[in-house]
Design a protein around this ligand. Structure first.
Ligand SMILES: *Cc1c(COP(=O)(O)O)cnc(C)c1O
Length: 358
């Protein structure tokens, strides 16, 4: 006998995480290439060493009170407008579960974050992919035009993973003016700390003016906490409450909460790291362009090579040269390369230089 699985899962690709290959440099998951800050490691150690009243024997604070309070102070937002999740990818999933069911539509650019179609299909909803422009930017006009009475949620990822492009604040406003106010718009700002483009939107500020907008942020990328899984959403209290209802209980663990509080408190130590990533991003972009690659301007901690059919071949070549990058096949495919430490980037650039197909 075979267990009956939901038919919605049959079409679903398993999420493919960036691969780790022993001995190779991993530039596949948009992680920060720096060691954990001592102040963060100490906070985790202290939380782990807690006594029997507050130790690992206890469930974590389900509301992450201290973390949410700190976020509220930092963002100038009431705490009822903030919820934390097990990475913002969990919040992406909770958003779909909160607003969309069988037959409903969830809209996003394509390519964009590969988790969007997966969390949509898990809920039984229908993913609607709206192609990016020839310049690899989200096409907000086309996204607005694709909204139907079945649309429940639109993801706007800026800077966009994997293309690195941003939408401008004014462009986002025009888009939001066109979207019915009962359709939720999630502004996914996973990479905002690397965005030095003037005129980029601030999703939290937009959400404070529009009750159908929610901002998603994460501590996985710029704050260097990918291994501990903390993200947060900021929006209307009714939306935040709904996200709480569909959450897995205690999803943000004790160590993650302690680390997130410490990392948010260490922003001054982190800023130079972000600046170093931005400098390296600009160097890598320039060098790739000189080699003849088409590279859209990125405001994230990765660059995008829209290599289409050559994407998998290029990634195989890079791997032979000791560098793991992220290849996306199929229509609109390409290769996403995380900006690493200078020596790692040099290794990648050497591989790009020796690629016979360039
Ligand atoms: C990395 C990423 C996230 C979330 O990462 P978490 O580790 O789950 O917080 C969300 N959105 C985009 C676009 C990302 O690239």
């Amino acid at each position: 006998m075979t267990v009956r699985l939901r038919s919605a899962l049959a079409a679903l690709p398993a999420y493919a995480p960036g691969r780790t290959v022993p001995g190779a440099v991993k530039l596949a998951s948009n992680e920060l290439p720096f060691p954990t800050l001592p102040v963060v490691a100490e906070a985790v150690a202290a939380a782990a060493a807690g006594d029997a009243a507050r130790g690992l024997n206890r469930y974590p604070d389900n509301g992450a009170t201290a973390l949410v309070r700190l976020l509220g102070e930092r963002l100038g937002q009431d705490t009822e407008r903030i919820i934390v999740g097990c990475g913002s990818v969990a919040l992406c999933q909770q958003l779909v579960q909160a607003v969309a069911g069988e037959g409903d539509e969830v809209l996003f650019g394509w390519r964009s974050f590969e988790a969007y179609p997966i969390v949509t299909e898990i809920a039984g909803a229908r993913p609607v992919r709206v192609p990016v422009t020839a310049g690899q930017a989200l096409d907000l006009d086309a996204l607005a035009a694709a909204v139907t009475p079945r649309t429940r949620l639109v993801y706007v990822c800026t800077p966009n993973n994997p293309t690195g492009t941003t939408v401008a604040a004014a462009e986002l406003e025009r888009f939001l003016d066109r979207v019915p106010d009962d359709v939720l718009v999630a502004v996914d700002e996973a990479y905002r700390e690397f965005d030095v483009e003037p005129g980029s939107p601030d999703g939290v500020e937009v959400a404070s003016r529009r009750s159908n907008v929610v901002a998603l942020r994460t501590l996985s990328k710029a704050y260097g906490l990918a291994g501990l899984r903390v993200g947060y959403a900021v929006g209307d209290p009714a939306v935040v409450q709904a996200l709480g209802k569909v959450a897995v209980p205690f999803a943000v663990n004790l160590l993650a909460q302690a680390a997130a509080v410490a990392a948010l408190g260490a922003e001054e130590e982190l800023r130079p790291r972000w600046a170093a990533v931005v400098r390296e991003r600009e160097r890598v972009t320039e060098d790739l362009r000189e080699l003849g690659y088409d590279v859209p301007t990125s405001q994230a901690n990765f660059v995008w090579l829209p290599l289409a059919d050559a994407a998998l071949d290029f990634a195989g070549h890079a791997e032979q040269h000791g560098v793991i990058v992220r290849a996306f096949g199929g229509p609109g495919g390409g290769v996403r390369v995380t900006v690493g430490a200078p020596a790692e980037n040099d290794l990648f650039l050497a591989a790009a230089r020796s690629y016979p197909g360039r």
